[in-house]
Design a binder for this molecule. Structure first.
Ligand code: PSU
Ligand code: MN
Length: 311
């Protein structure tokens, strides 16, 4: 299905054709490219996510802002340009679109920002690393990812949320906002680097078809929220919770001491955890992103086979 697009949106030819022909599409975010990973791993990672999606027979739609336009489907040179961290990029959440577009800026879309763009063009499946959530010891730092998940009917595939966050509070918020949490071959909510968190999911499924059926039923009765599919990080790279917990506490303490606030908090914590843990957390991060892209491609293919309501 192809929707009428607002100005400021630019679809790549490939994504435009895939939408028209009802091919499976997986949206990919770019805050991980501009604010989540160091250069040049960020660019290699984005390229390998696209490759992973293609290998499973789906079309990747990497979304970001360049020259004051929302690009849905970045070309490889646009992707390299956006991933050049020597040029300033804005981290794009809901509040940032008007500013970035009017001022012809560039920016990487967060989960919140990517959800808005993907829904605007009619994409139904989105892969990311981890969603934002409720921060620890900061009663009023709640990621805009959470309300956006309640507004945009997409299947979001992730490895849960990082334990830089308050995971029980994040799950409470998801419940309040009516966002189902589906464990993909797990009955535990993963904690990004770690397979375990001690927290339950709403339901465990074994196959992409089961996810597609749940999504269809959810949307068919008129519910507008996202479906969160959580996939544990691959066991060969996952880090034991105990190993990473001390590092996370230190990073949170430093953020507090250095008065880091607002949109800068998450990038600070991500970079600091990465530094303090050496290569092992970066390795887990890259592997779980690829794994999520692969599972999202399976789900996008399964979605083509179930009859979908107009959303
Ligand atoms: N969590 C990660 N890696 C990331 C992010 C979150 O493990 O790169 C990024 C995502 O783009 C997410 C954003 O949408 O951080 C959340 O930022 P904030 O907490 O400021 O809403
Ligand atoms: Mn925040």
């Amino acid at each position: 299905m192809i929707k009428r697009l607002p100005p400021y949106f630019h679809l790549s030819q490939e994504v435009s054709m895939a939408l028209r022909q009802n091919q499976p599409i997986v949206a990919l975010e770019t805050a991980v490219l501009t604010h989540g990973l160091p250069h040049p791993q960020n660019i290699q990672l984005s390229q390998s996510l696209e490759q992973e999606v293609r290998q499973q027979g789906a079309i990747p739609a990497t979304i970001g802002i360049l020259n004051g336009k929302v690009h849905v489907g970045l070309t490889s040179s646009e992707l390299e340009d956006l991933g050049d961290t020597s040029k300033p990029s804005r981290k794009i959440s809901r509040r940032d679109f008007g500013i970035a577009l009017a001022r012809q800026e560039r920016g990487g879309t967060t989960v919140a920002g990517t959800l808005i763009c993907a829904h605007t063009v009619g994409i139904r499946v989105f892969a990311t690393g981890g969603i934002g959530g409720v921060h620890r010891n900061a009663p009023f730092d709640v990621s805009a990812d959470l309300p956006e998940l309640s507004r945009n009917p997409l299947i979001v595939v992730c490895a849960g949320a990082k334990s830089i966050l308050d995971l029980p509070a994040t799950l409470e918020y998801l419940e309040t906002m009516g966002i189902p949490v589906i464990g993909y071959q797990t009955d535990e909510f993963p904690a990004f680097y770690s397979r375990e968190s001690g927290l339950p999911v709403n339901v465990a499924v074994q196959t992409p078809q089961e996810v597609a059926q749940i999504a269809r039923a959810h949307w068919e009765i008129g519910l507008q929220s996202a479906i969160l599919v959580v996939v544990p990080p691959p066991s060969d790279v996952a880090l034991p919770r105990k190993e990473i917990e001390g590092i996370i506490e230190q990073a949170n303490r430093e953020a507090h001491e250095q008065h880091i606030t607002g949109a800068a908090v998450t990038p600070f914590l991500l970079a600091r955890v990465s530094e303090l843990s050496g290569g092992s957390s970066l390795r887990a991060n890259l592997a779980l992103l690829r794994n999520n892209a692969r599972v999202a491609a399976y789900i996008a293919r399964a979605m083509i086979l179930v009859k979908n309501p107009e959303i």
